[in-house]
Design a binder for this molecule. Structure first.
Ligand SMILES: Nc1ncnc2c1ncn2[C@@H]1O[C@H](COP(=O)(O)OP(=O)(O)OP(=O)(O)O)[C@@H](O)[C@H]1O
Ligand SMILES: [Mg+2]
Length: 253
């Protein structure tokens, strides 16, 4: 049966729990993400945010509970099976080929996606498609003018943008970003905030982020975790005036 709330939910997390021994890293967590929504996941260190991402992307299996993506359960599926359904995560620089150019890095990612989908294309069509798609992605992540540079020569901030580009090459329906601005200068943080704002149009995004100004600039909704549990969820305004949230942060500091 459909309810108003679940009508356009792309992701539904229900009673999700993951324990490590006696520690409940994620504890009975429930929330929904709508198509096109950007939800920031915040909380003190050790709150369970990355564990939540590892459960959604299949790096970890839940102890109990369910995760539904576009209507079907993905809980406990292998990472590649989940990725194939249209869920991407940006890995912090682990995916880059340092000796390849920026263009080649993106092209490899676009080609990998094409290979999965394009048995219908002729070789020539396929190549044209890959070239065009690569150029379009470089434009989208603001790196067109660096296309010929080796990716290792990019600034740290631009390498992280390139990582996001690789995730976008898979044409995801849902993008997971775990602390995309960590280690960045204030200027890079600002540029990355703008980039995420641009690419998130029409895309569902879950964003773990410690910089509160980034969260406030980008988030439609905020989910606050503490000790594995959800302690608050709502609009930035609702969440920032929540007394439990203020307590968790003061207590956590
Ligand atoms: N593979 C693991 N084995 C054992 N314990 C783990 C494992 N992964 C995470 N934990 C524990 O689970 C808890 C939640 O960790 P998690 O990394 O999800 O927190 P986080 O909210 O991402 O924190 P941070 O803001 O520091 O990144 C922590 O106590 C952590 O030590
Ligand atoms: Mg983390």
């Amino acid at each position: 049966m459909k309810t108003m709330q679940t009508d356009n939910a792309i992701l539904q997390v229900r009673k999700l729990t993951r324990s490590f021994g006696r520690l409940l890293a994620v504890n009975n967590l429930g929330f929904e993400l709508k198509s096109g929504e950007l939800k920031a996941v915040i909380g003190p260190n050790g709150a369970g945010k990355t564990t939540l991402f590892n459960l959604i992307t299949g790096k970890l299996s839940p102890t109990s509970g369910d995760i539904r993506f576009q209507g079907g359960s993905i809980a406990g599926l292998a990472p590649h099976a989940i990725a194939q359904r249209g869920l991407a995560r940006s890995f912090q620089l682990l995916n880059l080929f340092p000796n390849l150019s920026v263009f080649e890095n993106v092209r490899v990612a676009v080609q990998a996606r094409h290979r999965l989908r394009s048995s219908l294309f002729t070789a020539a069509d396929g190549l044209k498609g890959v070239q065009g798609k690569t150029e379009e992605l470089l434009e989208r992540i603001g790196l067109s003018s660096y296309a010929d540079h080796q990716s290792s020569q990019l600034s740290y901030g631009d390498q992280r943008s390139l990582e996001i580009g690789l995730a976008l090459a898979t044409e995801p329906k849902l993008l997971l970003l775990d602390e995309p601005t960590s280690g960045m200068s204030p200027l890079e943080t600002q540029q990355t905030t703008q980039l995420i704002g641009r690419i998130s149009k029409g895309l569902a995004v879950l964003l773990i982020e410690h910089h509160i100004e980034v969260v406030m600039a980008l988030a439609d909704t905020i989910l606050v975790m503490h000790h594995g549990e959800k302690i608050a969820e709502g609009t930035p305004q609702q969440v920032s005036s929540d007394s439990k949230v203020q307590e968790a942060y003061l207590g956590g500091l």
